[in-house]
Design a protein around this ligand. Structure first.
Ligand SMILES: [Zn+2]
Ligand SMILES: [Zn+2]
Length: 171
């Protein structure tokens, strides 16, 4: 969805996106409907304030054992979108006060909401996913899921979680 500056009023307007084709489904498996909402208002003819949130539940693989974990994710965002030149002194008055707010300098008076929402989703994915804090991962010898199975190699020293680290360090 694209939103032209001309369509945006000076009063705050609230939207819910029902169309979510922008969701990066090739990178994330989503197991519940994606919720995306935003508010926009025009500050000047060249500057728009955009604030929104995206919520979804993704299936992320545990970093240690690879088992899919349902992760509920919510990402809020806030932007000032402007056609003004960067370094324009007037801009400092328009910039929002919160730290999380970013200024985007646009070439055309059109907001590419699909791009913005997709970016929020990718930003929101946690760097590390674990199915459980104490997940022991896979046996480094036979590949068994240590949570569910006790393999015969579980007593051998190579089964220590550090064995994997050692191998990584050598590589
Ligand atoms: Zn795990
Ligand atoms: Zn094993």
């Amino acid at each position: 969805m694209k939103l032209a500056f001309a369509e945006i009023s000076q009063e705050q307007s609230h939207y819910s996106l029902s169309e979510v084709s922008w969701f990066p489904a090739d990178e994330l498996v989503c197991c519940q409907p994606v919720l995306a909402e935003f508010e926009v208002c025009k500050k000047t003819n060249k500057t728009v304030h955009l604030k929104g949130v995206v919520r979804f539940t993704a299936l992320l693989a545990c970093d240690r054992c690879g088992v899919p974990v349902e992760s509920r994710i919510q990402e809020e965002f806030e932007y000032i979108l402007t056609l003004e030149e960067q370094n324009n002194p007037e801009m400092s008055e328009l910039e929002c006060s919160t730290e999380d707010c970013n200024t985007l300098y646009l070439k055309d008076p059109v907001i590419d909401l699909d791009m913005i929402f997709r970016e929020q989703v990718l930003l929101a994915v946690p760097v590390r996913t674990l199915c459980a804090e104490d997940c022991q991962g896979l046996c480094s010898v036979c590949g068994a899921l240590l949570k569910n199975e006790n393999c015969d190699c579980s007593t051998s020293s190579s089964n220590s979680p550090f064995a994997v680290l050692k191998r990584l360090r050598k590589a």
